[in-house]
Design a protein around this ligand. Sequence first.
Ligand code: FAS
Ligand code: PHB
Length: 389
Amino acid sequence: MRTQVAIIGGGPAGLLLGQLLHRYGIDNVIFERKDRDYILGRIRAGVLEQGTVGLLDEVGVSARLHQDGLVHHGIELAFGGARHRIDMTKATGKTVTVYGQTEVTRDLMDARLAAGLTTVYDADNVGLHDFDGTQPRIRYEKDGKTHEVACDFIAGCDGFHGVSRQSVKPEALTVFERVYPFGWLGLLSDTPPVSDELIYNNHERGFALCSMRSPHRSRYYLQCALDEQVENWSDDKFWEELRRRLDPEAAATIVTGLSIEKSIAPLRSFVAEPMRFGRLFLAGDAAHIVPPTGAKGLNLAASDVHYLSTALREFYTEKSAAGIDDYSRRALGRVWKAERFSWWMTSMLHRFPGTDEFSSRIQRAELAYLIDSDAAKTSLSENYVGLPY
Ligand code: FAS
Ligand code: PHB
């Protein structure tokens, strides 16, 4: 087999890159180690920046998003028993759209299929070869056979645990990491959301987030200890703890019910530099991870593949390598700003084990300043709705 761009990983980064390249007339094949249902079974992000919506519009994969997505103009911060709304649209003129990553992925998968583009699912032992030269290749196993694919470029869109970043010589890579001393226990339920907008709660028992997927499906998160096991959390225990961390109004009105999914995700900040190695480009979680507090993970994957697809279009149509040579610098510029925002939101809203009284007073002052200052609210808003590409 031969293709112009071999994409490793069929998550949102790989799928959106594939659609953008197809739109630019660039042939691409996705090699994914799992199958479609497994990928759709993962419950992850929920908030899309306006830029991400724009890219889905560009590739013609936003009809269901505009039909079912919830356009939000603000978020609420809750602390000290009160809720404080931040009107992000008033501050920035922009909005965010609540539309689950699962649905984005489903829409992209369906569009890829309809366009007759090739995705090799259940591709085992994908290996990346000769990407330091001009004729990279990948190898993979399927149905007991080993297959080889010649290509011009490899896009490593295979997430944090993927093979792409691990295929780079360690000396060629610099990583920056912060692992947080807690995780998020998430619950999905077919219950009406407790509020029309997201509520980020700072509470002495720990952080809690009230989100949603539709007017009938809610998504809640509780900060939990790193060694927590999801088996230890019955639905009743989850709802009882969530109520204890909410403001009185939310605690009194929340509608609880059966969980349809429960999982624990660790929180980390991670960046691998650079994001380009000869003919191999990293994009999305393969290159960086943010704590989900800022709702940036999926959206960074989108901006990465925007930069990468436009660079590859320039290479093929204008025979210019300027874009691909500048990809890493350009992508990392936006990545680090999102890393900063996600770290700041996480530091401001979570209870850090062993924190001293001074640090908790600083956290309270951060929150108090934020709700009293239009400049601070504007700063949060412009980062949350998404900085320019
Ligand atoms: P993904 O990890 O989504 O996709 C990578 C794909 O590559 C997967 O399908 C995988 O099967 C495949 N792959 C891996 N290794 C391979 C190999 N060797 N060969 C072939 N294929 C391979 N972000 C938010 O904004 N908000 C959230 O609430 C949020 N919650 C999250 C919860 C969890 C548990 C995790 C892990 C992430 C969460 N994120 C959240 C971040 C998440 O949404 C990512 O940013 C997003 O999935 C990034 O998409 P991709 O870069 O495509 O990576
Ligand atoms: C979600 O709905 O899953 C979600 C929303 C906002 C976040 C994180 C997760 O910051």
